[in-house]
Design a protein around this ligand. Structure first.
Ligand SMILES: [Zn+2]
Length: 272
């Protein structure tokens, strides 16, 4: 990977830079052709008439500086448009997916902590790290990361998959996931979330791998677990449908570029 994270910007304004520009859940892309799009790489970008603002430097890609920020809606350059960041997340190369996710979280931090959450004073950007500091009470505001577990539950030769009420695609089934609560270990979170959502108990909880998930600020921590006891009993405020599936009869599931898809693929391969 040729992306190098950095906090301290170059000593001069670079003549060329990458811009990861966000608007709510959308990111600005350069539509090079009908089938080819790219993160905007602009020359002479420092002209104020371009409408770039809230810019924050976050590193280099192949030695070219990278910034995140906003743009005035009426100043979007020709052949550029906003797309849903989830779309980019499923289409882009690994390095740009990683950079876009990182840029999104740095931008959210830079934009959302302009004022101290304790006393309301305007915060000041700290030069040496991603922290916004309150000059009145010294509270430091760092980029927020929210840990969440995601778990493949196996019962003999089947995997538990569910349709969540908040899934963008209502036909999609996936493994169970949920946010870690204060005072809870990751293993306790797995047991609680699984029991709350589908009413079963699990055992042999084993770490799988993790993935940063910038929608908006999660760190997904993947586990596998085995069914212990209980019958599926759904919490219908969270889950629309849940069932056991064998590897040859899976419903629509996420792709392997996301951790849920990797877990499901791990199950399928274990059945070969
Ligand atoms: Zn304060």
């Amino acid at each position: 990977m040729d992306f190098i994270k950095s906090v301290i910007p170059p000593p001069f304004l670079p003549p060329t830079a990458y811009f990861f520009i966000f608007s709510d859940n959308h990111i600005l892309i350069h539509q090079i052709s009908d089938t080819n799009m790219a993160i905007p790489c602009m020359e002479n970008p420092w002209d104020k008439s371009l409408g770039l603002k809230n810019l924050c430097y976050f590193g280099t890609y192949n030695t070219i500086p990278c910034y995140c920020g906003n743009i005035d809606k009426d100043k979007i350059p020709p052949a550029h448009n906003f797309i849903n960041i989830r779309t980019l997340y499923t289409m882009a190369e690994d390095v740009f997916r990683h950079m876009a996710g990182y840029a999104r979280q740095i931008h959210d931090w830079n934009a959302n902590f302009k004022f101290c959450s304790k006393c309301g004073t305007q915060t000041i950007r700290k030069a040496t790290e991603f922290a916004r500091v309150c000059p009145a009470c010294d509270l430091h505001h760092y980029p927020r990361i929210s840990p969440a577990i995601i778990t493949a539950i196996i019962k003999e030769n089947k995997i538990l998959l569910a349709r969540g009420v908040n899934f963008p695609n209502k036909k999609m089934f996936s493994v169970l996931a949920g946010f870690v609560e204060p005072g809870e270990t990751l293993e306790e979170c797995v047991q609680r979330e699984v029991f709350e959502e589908v009413g079963i108990q699990v055992k042999n909880i084993t770490y799988f791998k993790s993935q940063s998930w910038p929608f908006p600020d999660s760190l997904m921590i993947g586990f596998t677990a085995q069914y212990d006891h209980g019958q599926i009993s759904m919490d219908t405020t969270e889950v629309l449908d849940a069932d056991w599936f064998d590897a040859d009869h899976l419903p629509m599931v996420p792709g392997k570029q996301v951790l849920a898809g990797e877990l499901i693929n791990w199950f399928v391969r274990s059945q070969e």
